[in-house]
Design a protein around this ligand. Structure first.
Ligand code: SF4
Length: 161
């Protein structure tokens, strides 16, 4: 049918900021000792150089949750039909909330589509890149997910380290 609206892309809710169409949909609150939690924004914000610079000296993915179209086979977490990261989150982490967070990306979130509310009950504790992850967090994240200690955010135009 000519008038059908194009389907919206399925979003990865733990994306890197340089993926096309990336949007910030949550900001980490709290601290590592007490436990970091996502504060979900009412309206996702496009990733801009100004928003990225606001996270310095942390990396954007340490302090923001960013959504972007799921890369499917381009992502190491995808097994051809499912996101294994979503499965690990839903099965290995304890829930941290008892009701669905007010999350603006739920209609197109891959983790929710695949794991349902079990993903959302655990999602607020997920930090995309943790500098000092514990063993469980490293197991859930999988390989190559942790930032190296030296990976401080470089703003646009900053010289390389
Ligand atoms: S898992 Fe749930 S709370 Fe987390 S981003 Fe997806 S829809 Fe939002």
């Amino acid at each position: 049918m000519a008038n059908e609206a194009p389907e919206k892309p399925i979003l990865c809710p733990s994306a890197q900021p340089d993926v096309p169409d990336a949007k910030v949909f949550g900001v980490m609150t709290g601290n590592q000792e007490a436990g970091l939690r996502v504060g979900y924004l009412n309206e996702p914000q496009p990733v801009t150089p100004e928003i990225l610079a606001a996270s310095a000296p942390a990396a954007p993915t340490e302090v923001m949750r960013i959504a972007a179209p799921c890369m499917g086979h381009g992502c190491g977490h995808f097994d051809g039909s499912n996101c294994r990261l979503a499965t690990r989150i839903a099965t290995m982490l304890d829930p941290v909330v008892r009701s669905l967070p007010r999350c603006a990306i739920r209609p197109t979130c891959r983790w929710f589509r695949q794991e349902g509310p079990d993903a959302c009950f655990r999602c607020p504790q997920v930090v995309t890149d943790l500098r000092a992850a514990n063993e469980l967090q490293r197991d859930v994240a999988g390989e190559h997910s942790q930032l190296p200690e030296t990976a401080l955010y470089k703003g646009p135009g900053d010289p390389p380290a």
